[in-house]
Design a protein around this ligand. Structure first.
Ligand SMILES: [Zn+2]
Length: 463
């Protein structure tokens, strides 16, 4: 059986992954097994009414068979899952018990008083079609779209308040990591520390970042920003993202911090570019995320607030592309682009005005730019000619010889072809970092051997 939960958090606290953490511990205590890793699924990042990161949780439960895996730890006790499930074998009474547990925990944990918090949970015996997930990560889905899907699958659901959480809950269950996935190890604070400033040693985060090459977005060295630490008052201490389960299960022992009360390892669609769709400009609609291939038709301008905008053209139309102020150093590179450059832009679409909010860019051709360095020299007198006025050419004041062409020189372009991305501090959850694009085909952890020496017998495991 699949369980999906969404939208229990608010801007001032709470966290849907923490609800999953409590729920999983209680299910395991009741001898119900978790199959595979719990999943943290990010959905359309451009939806205006999202709570925070627009991430929903789902996981499969059942009677576990096959290999045991370590999915987390609570008070130094491992939380075990299984790689596969025996045939779905829940009785009606067991289903009612799980439903009751879900209601109790969500009603206890969710920030119901926040008007933007609209929790929902879904129980389904089978995953809905992958198109449900694709719709929710690319476009805008309605609560009715979801209840139709759940009813068709004879599922159970409960939506609180406007029920918007049902969308993420259903879409999260529908996610299948067909072409790409990553993992995130999330650690939680002791209850007494909630709401107080987090204590994490930044130096140790940098050491961890260097020691585990298959992790990503840990630390922003350009802006001195510790990216693993959230800045909301939620129960999360930090989250580490990566491609290797083996690496992630060791990382938290490298981070020096206040005590960790528990951790959970999630399978996710973070860092996969799953939100993006390749589109001609005429087909771009608000709130999508797009990949557009075009030519710059208007040089970049810096506008009020320090944002940088250029205009992009393809055979179907034109659209403004913008690097916002929080993208920091990325804007410096965008300013170096020129009319005529060929680029492929990646980003989310804003409605008013219709613009592409840049996440990364690939430069495929840089135009040659000639600049005038001085007036022409008279071939008879050897002296510089004088300008006759704007677009009027040049004339030698001694012999009267005329010329239209000044001495020009090809300018060196100060930006390189290829990829440019926003710094780690401005990275969106779903954006695939260039680090991951480069390491494709290199999924083996080179640091496993080294790290085993560093932490002897320290990793508690279920197998
Ligand atoms: Zn002359």
């Amino acid at each position: 059986m699949w369980i999906g939960i969404d939208d229990t958090d608010s801007r001032d606290g709470g966290c849907t992954t923490y609800v999953a953490n409590i729920l999983i511990q209680q299910l395991i205590d009741q001898n119900i097994d978790v199959i595979g890793y719990p999943r943290l699924v990010r959905l359309n990042p451009n939806i205006p009414w999202k709570t925070r990161g627009n991430g929903a949780i789902s996981f499969q439960i059942g009677k576990g068979i096959g290999t045991k895996i370590t999915i987390g730890e609570t008070n130094h006790r491992p939380l075990c899952g299984y790689t596969s499930a025996a045939r779905d074998s829940f009785t009606d009474e067991e289903i009612r018990n799980v439903q009751h547990l879900l209601e109790t925990i969500i009603e206890d944990q969710a920030r119901m008083t926040d008007e933007n918090t609209n929790p929902g949970f879904v129980m389904l015996s089978h995953q809905p079609s992958l198109t449900v997930y694709e719709h929710a990560v690319h476009e805008i889905m309605t609560v009715t779209d979801c209840t139709t899907v759940i009813d068709k699958g004879k599922g159970i659901y409960k939506g609180y308040k406007n029920g918007r959480g049902l969308i993420g809950a259903t879409a999260s269950i529908a996610w299948v990591a067909n072409h790409d996935k990553t993992y995130e190890l999330i650690t939680y604070r002791q209850k007494a520390a909630w709401g107080t400033p987090r204590s994490i040693d930044e130096q140790s985060v940098q050491e961890m970042d260097a020691a585990f090459p298959l992790t990503f977005d840990n630390y922003d060295y350009e802006n001195n920003h510790n990216r693993i630490m959230p800045n909301s008052p939620c129960p999360i201490l930090y989250g580490i993202r990566g491609d290797s389960v083996t690496e992630l299960q060791q990382t938290y022992q490298w981070v020096r911090s206040e005590p960790v009360s528990s951790w959970l390892l999630f399978e996710t669609n973070q860092g996969t570019d799953d939100h993006l769709q390749r589109k001609p400009i005429k087909d771009i609609h608000p709130w999508q995320s797009v990949i557009v291939d075009g030519v710059i038709s208007h040089n970049p301008d810096t506008i009020k607030g320090g944002h940088v905008v250029f205009r992009l053209q393809d055979t179907t139309g034109e659209i403004d592309c913008i690097a916002y102020e929080p993208t920091k150093q990325f804007r410096t590179r965008i300013r170096l682009l020129k009319k005529g450059d060929h680029v492929i832009v990646y980003g989310g679409v804003r409605k008013h005005p219709l613009t592409v909010n840049l996440e990364k860019i690939k430069i495929t051709h840089l135009v040659s730019i000639d600049e005038k360095i001085e007036n022409p020299v008279c071939p008879h007198c050897g002296k510089h000619m004088k300008s006759r006025g704007k677009n009027q050419g040049f004339k030698c004041i001694v012999c009267g010889t005329k010329s239209t062409t000044p001495v020009i020189q090809r300018k060196t372009r100060e930006i390189n072809m290829g990829w440019h991305e926003v710094p780690v501090c401005a990275r969106r959850h779903l954006s695939k970092p260039l680090k991951r694009m480069k390491m494709k085909g290199d999924k083996q952890s080179s640091s496993d051997v080294k790290n085993r020496e560093r932490s002897p017998n320290n990793t508690r495991s279920c197998s």
